[in-house]
Design a protein around this ligand. Sequence first.
Ligand code: GLY
Length: 425
Amino acid sequence: MKVLVIGSGGRESAICWRFAKDAKIEKLYCAPGNDGIATLAEIVNISVCDFEKLANFVKENKIDFTFVGPEIPLSLGVVDYFNSCGLKVIGPSKEAARLESSKIYSKEFMSKYGIPTAKYSSFSDVGNALNFIDTLNESSKVVIKADGLAAGKGVHICSSKEKAKDIVLQMMKEKVFGSAGTSILVEEYIDGGELSYLVFTDGISYSLMPVSQDHKRINDKDQGLNTGGMGAYAPAPRATIELNKKVEDIIKKVIDGISKEKLKYKGILYVGIIVSNGLPYVLEFNCRFGDPEAQAILPLLETDLSDICIAILEQKLSKVQVKWKNKFSVCVVLASGGYPENFKTGFEIKGLDNIVDDNTIIFYAGVKSVNDKFVTSGGRVVGITSITDNIEDAINKVYANVNLIHFDGMHFRKDIAWRALSGKK
Ligand code: GLY
């Protein structure tokens, strides 16, 4: 089989790594990929949004199917375009991808199908949004969300009405997120611990992956700015059988809603859950693998990813028993100093060759090759994942390997998976 992966980050590095282990894949391409991914796949210099060029490349190279990593091409309709050319592709249609690309649409979907989530009001008029905030109770936090995609920066938890109004003005008047902030949601704040429930789905049935937990803040103990994600681990011990049963009831409602709405969904659905007083609520949907979650989950996948993709494409997922390793994984992201704000790039990444452990994998995100050496080229640079039989050993192993790597300004969290050990939320 020949496969094309679309995307260029740590997530796509993990997807390529899993395909590269699959004996049925004779040729793997990644567009646009990065120089680290080039160790696994042939790099194709086409942007994720140039659908025509991507589809022509697939036709010319007789590629069997394409796997879309990031949300932007999905929200712009890459799946619809490929299908209109008769090409097979893993990912939801543009309409289905609105579950991620429009927070208002996803809330309306949740209301319609009885899915538990925080109460909200939506606004497309700035004056109405500000007046509504004035009516709220001063003592409770309030969440302001941009309706559209804002690269993980569109959600703000505000501790006062003044802060909430300031964010609304930034989004709706100053347009700091462009058109993503034309409409906004004002949402009730739910206090609790977050978990990432990802499923493979063919739009009719689903298969749950090991439950993972992301670490979104830049610094230890969840301090500092929000990032794309600084590390993840799986399976999360807090995802007990009892909790998973409650979340699976939610996931069934989502899949049922997708089917009733006749949404074309053949791909990955990421259900972001917050657990409050033992009850799960949906925070958000993403229509693709999470990053770094993919870097923690995919190393645990026993069944070949191509078998799952073929079953999804043929809508026969219910016939496949997806198997997972009975192990724990921990992924630590190494970032450029200053990320998620301004940072410098071009620093040599030293020590990658020192990682020789079979149970530790390097996933490449913001890297490029200069004079045969890898240098930094982005905010999140590499993800290091270790897998072992228990979470404590996985933590020790991953940090022993992280300590072999260095680049100027390198920043990473020292507490990935601490919740798994401490039992905290
Ligand atoms: N890790 C969060 C996300 O991928 O959106």
